[in-house]
Design a protein around this ligand. Structure first.
Ligand SMILES: Cc1ncc(COP(=O)(O)O)c(C=O)c1O
Length: 304
């Protein structure tokens, strides 16, 4: 490899419909409906200290998303896992962010019928990704309730992981305009859903609550509910009303790209004493400890 190739490979590795390549070289055809129509689903995984976290759970969820969009891939689970393993192996990364996508594909000329497309598998691996920077992770995120509503489940089943992200993206501009970092989006019924790339938890009187509707069912969220059960801490999956956020003792976000992140201010006011709270810190600690547990992790076979 020459210096430029090495630099490109250092950013990550992609798998595009049968071929491995440096991430910088990966591109999709402009006529792919994944691009033209957001007609694509995906899953996001991570590797920590050389081990995939909850690999089979992600594969199962990816398959459910594919089925939900009436797509199909010829790959067995073993083959899908093989592709992801190979991407990670080629990067050599011990801590990695892994994306796997199934796109409707390119439609044959002269038709708009999505059934005539051959669905395509894409994947890529980059160094591990954090949704919040170091300072935000230490001090907590400044969160606002967005005016933008989340696309409702009646329009799009949010359990199917999707790139219909303009509600989430535009809400971020609301946050930036108010000198905040990020948002949580409501539904018309006065409940909250999730934010740009994460689920949300509210802590009140030592009990946890997370929304049950209008959001993607995150694997980090599932992990948090399991940790809470181990701790015999009350944790409810139920409608969470906007007013509950005004009154929370603690709040945190949950996602693959960075795990648990404390929220320290809401709509410009500090939550509690404005520092990450004890429940959040405990769950964050146990979340990362789960990454050393063979029951939740699958090792990558690296070259060295
Ligand atoms: C909109 C949205 N909600 C929630 C999540 C959290 O899901 P997970 O914990 O499986 O990463 C994500 C993750 O990408 C997301 O994009």
């Amino acid at each position: 490899m020459n210096a430029i190739d090495e630099m490109a490979a250092a950013q990550g590795v992609a798998y595009m419909d049968g071929t491995y390549m440096p991430l910088a070289e990966a591109s999709i055809p402009i006529l792919d409906r994944g691009f033209l129509r957001s007609d694509v689903t995906y899953d996001a995984l991570h590797v920590w200290k050389g081990r995939f976290f909850r690999l089979q759970d992600h594969i199962d969820r990816f398959r459910a998303s594919i089925a939900g969009l009436r797509m199909a891939l010829p790959h067995t689970d073993e083959e899908l896992i093989g592709v992801l393993m190979e991407c990670v192996r080629r990067t050599g990364y011990r801590d990695a962010f892994v994306m796997v996508m199934c796109s409707r594909g390119v439609q044959p000329p002269g038709t708009r019928d999505p059934r005539l497309c051959r669905n395509r598998l894409y994947a890529y691996v980059t160094p591990f990704l954090w949704i919040a920077n170091e300072e935000q992770r230490r001090d907590g995120l400044k969160l606002i309730l967005a005016k933008t509503q989340r696309i409702p489940a009646e329009s799009l089943d949010q359990r199917i992981k999707n790139f219909h992200w303009l509600d989430l993206t535009m809400s971020l501009f609301e946050a930036y305009d108010q000198d905040a970092h990020t948002t949580v989006l409501p539904l018309a019924d006065g409940t909250v859903t999730e934010g740009p790339g994460y689920n949300i938890f509210v802590v009140k009187g030592g009990a946890l609550a997370t929304p049950d509707r209008g959001m993607f069912e995150g694997i980090t969220r599932r992990t948090v509910t399991e940790i809470a059960a181990d701790l015999q801490m009350k944790c409810e999956i139920r409608p969470v009303r906007v007013e509950e956020l005004d009154d929370a003792d603690e709040m945190f976000t949950a996602t693959t790209a960075g795990g648990i992140t404390p929220v320290s201010s809401y709509n410009g006011r500090p939550i509690g004493d404005g520092r990450p709270g004890p429940v959040t810190r405990r769950i964050l600690d146990l979340y990362w400890r789960r990454h050393d547990d063979a029951a939740f992790t699958t090792p990558v076979a690296y070259d060295d």
